[in-house]
Design a protein around this ligand. Structure first.
Ligand SMILES: [Mg+2]
Length: 363
């Protein structure tokens, strides 16, 4: 199967409401969509979401380089997927989201060729994952009313962003636990605390049934992260500290951690993510699959990875549910009754609305 055309759409899809984390406020999904056309008529799609604060990438620069790389793909065969990804890694150096979009699009074609959904090709461990919903840093009142709203929708796993003000964080989270004794609480500090603050917050929440806390301290401070993890009464998760395999190896050289948050945009795509999950498993490290503010295309890709392996215990794949428009017009990831699952259509199983891609183009 030969590639006859490879194109990139740069889009900005607005969110219904702004989302504040410790380092930024997000109002839209800022995506690059790769489309691979082939001589068989099959089409593969993949999404890149470059996020400066997380992956160090600039959207416009990634767009230019990705387009340039795509122009070289005409005439390439699907069988060359691994070799093409090796080339992509050097051509798109330090652009993991771009690599992820390409890798995903190639996998989408592979799945369609084999007539199987990707999660089954990759291991097929489960038919769904328990959904979680992230809440940005809000006032106490808003946090409680948003929690109530999601619980009424059947979502019982909620992730609270913290890390700007430890006293306010503690007050909010303790109130949530008191008023919603049965929900599962995830926390994410997005590097907002010092080691000392992180130890204080985790200790203060020892009796509040917290499932885990992501990235309490600066991503460069691996030793600090391991120290917090060792003393915490609940699991500490490395997120920003773990970009790809290289940083996982770096952490493992220093010690261990209970869990890592793998994101396709950080690690360079599904192929890399699957290798990281396997490596983590060898070291008894659990995995969660997270996301950026992505369209349902990227979320679907992450969910295929999550459903593939038993070593993925949690997902945080809610980046698309609050967008004003859905570029996936058929199939793809679904959210129902607190569960997320992909469709059984082959490949990524997404039917993309190209009219919307043109409508939201920012080029
Ligand atoms: Mg996180």
């Amino acid at each position: 199967m030969k590639i006859t055309n490879a194109s990139v759409f740069s889009i900005s899809v607005p969110k219904k409401s702004a989302f504040a984390v410790a380092y930024a406020v997000r109002v839209a999904a800022e995506s690059l969509i790769v489309k691979l056309e082939t001589d068989t008529g099959l089409i593969g799609f993949g999404e890149a979401v470059p996020v400066k604060e997380v992956t160090g990438e600039d959207k416009n620069q990634v767009y230019i380089k990705l387009k340039e790389f795509c122009s070289l793909l005409k005439g390439c065969d699907l069988k060359e997927h691994p070799a093409i990804m090796m080339k992509a890694e050097s051509f798109l150096k330090d652009m993991p989201s771009a690599c992820s979009a390409l890798d995903s699009a190639f996998w989408d074609l592979t799945g369609q060729t084999q007539n199987k959904p990707l999660y089954q090709i990759w291991g097929g461990a489960k038919e769904y994952c328990l959904a979680s919903q992230s809440l940005g840093i809000l006032s106490l009142e808003e946090t409680l009313s948003e929690t109530k709203k999601y619980v009424e929708q059947g979502i019982t796993h909620l992730k609270y962003k913290i890390g700007l003000d430890k006293e306010a964080d503690l007050k909010r989270i303790k109130q949530v636990r008191d008023q919603f004794p049965n929900i599962t609480i995830y926390l994410d500090a997005n590097q907002g605390y010092s080691v000392h603050e992180a130890m204080f917050v985790t200790e203060s929440l020892a009796d509040y049934k917290i499932e885990f806390m992501e990235q309490p301290v600066a991503k460069e401070d691996l030793k600090g992260l391991i120290t917090v993890a060792r003393h915490s009464p609940f699991a500490i998760v490395a997120d920003e500290a773990i970009q790809g395999m290289e940083s996982l190896d770096k952490l493992l050289a220093l010690g261990t951690i209970p869990m890592i948050n793998i994101k396709l945009m950080k690690c360079g795509g599904p192929s890399k993510a699957l290798k990281m999950i396997q490596k983590a498993n060898e070291y008894n490290i659990k995995c969660m699959i997270g996301c950026m503010i992505e369209t349902r295309l990227g979320i679907t890709t992450g969910l295929h990875v999550a459903q593939a392996s038993n070593n993925v215990y949690y997902i945080d794949l809610d980046g698309c549910w609050d967008l004003n428009f859905d570029i996936v017009k058929k199939d793809g990831a679904n959210l129902h009754d607190g569960k997320e699952f992909v469709s059984l259509a082959p490949g990524l199983g997404v039917c993309i609305d190209e009219e919307l891609l043109r409508k939201f183009s920012d080029k």
